[in-house]
Design a protein around this ligand. Sequence first.
Ligand SMILES: NC(=O)c1ccc[n+]([C@@H]2O[C@H](COP(=O)([O-])OP(=O)(O)OC[C@H]3O[C@@H](n4cnc5c(N)ncnc54)[C@H](OP(=O)(O)O)[C@@H]3O)[C@@H](O)[C@H]2O)c1
Length: 253
Amino acid sequence: MVTGGGSGIGRASALRFAAEGAAVLVAGRSADNIEETAAAARQAGARALALQADATDEAAVQALVQRCVAEFGALDVFFANAGTPGTNAAILEQTVEEWQEVWRVNVLSCMLAVKHAGRVMVEQRRGSIILTSSAASLRANAGAISYSASKAAVNSLAQTAANAFAGTGVRVNALLPGLVETKMTRKVFEYARERGKEGRIGHMTPLQRAGRPEEIAAMAAFLASDDSSFVTGQLYAVDGGVSSTHPHGKIPV
Ligand SMILES: NC(=O)c1ccc[n+]([C@@H]2O[C@H](COP(=O)([O-])OP(=O)(O)OC[C@H]3O[C@@H](n4cnc5c(N)ncnc54)[C@H](OP(=O)(O)O)[C@@H]3O)[C@@H](O)[C@H]2O)c1
């Protein structure tokens, strides 16, 4: 199961899971987008189903989980990936409306995934829940204030849920992407391109570039698979190394 599966990291992950032989349920708000992902997964030979659902609607999430079990016989992986970026409002201009919306989409959606996927997975005595956080959860200046704080809450949820599921066989981990070109970040890339500054994107990270959705999907595939069978409660940054460093001028090599 992948939420926010109609675009970006969610789509790349659904296709990677399909390529690994998984049956995939692609969930999202836009019927066209999720159907496109499911069709591409089917074209790659996988069983795939698209289901429209708001990841913050408890009844809808519960129905997704039930449908997945009915259709595929089990729910092995829930990738809670839906997210929203917030605005660039200054700290003194933050609004209750923005915080409620950003936390609803970024945090509540993860809690519902943990609750409803967890219920089935505890019964199955196995399962992997992956929560999309962000490198912005670790330090300032990599996203909106409401966004960074919400993703820090996602990290905490991954750790607390992993421990709450102790002894059940259910694993929970958070995946922390760095800057990746998707619908969410397109404006940043377009702005840089218009000014001939694309090469500056990511220049302060050790790998000196932005990431690709497929590179985040690769970590999602690891956390989904039995290759990570001894991994739970962890926060995995896939960010070109940006979270390992402080802002700096280029250090000569
Ligand atoms: N791109 C980056 O640089 C970056 C970095 C760190 C973390 N992330 C995280 O990665 C995740 C995926 O984002 P992305 O970069 O792949 O951007 P994206 O292409 O915009 O994907 C976000 C997806 O979430 C869906 N979504 C939003 N609210 C939803 C809701 N209430 N219910 C169901 N689906 C909902 C969106 O659907 P709609 O099409 O309907 O809006 C969209 O498909 C997000 O959690 C984001 O915060 C991204």
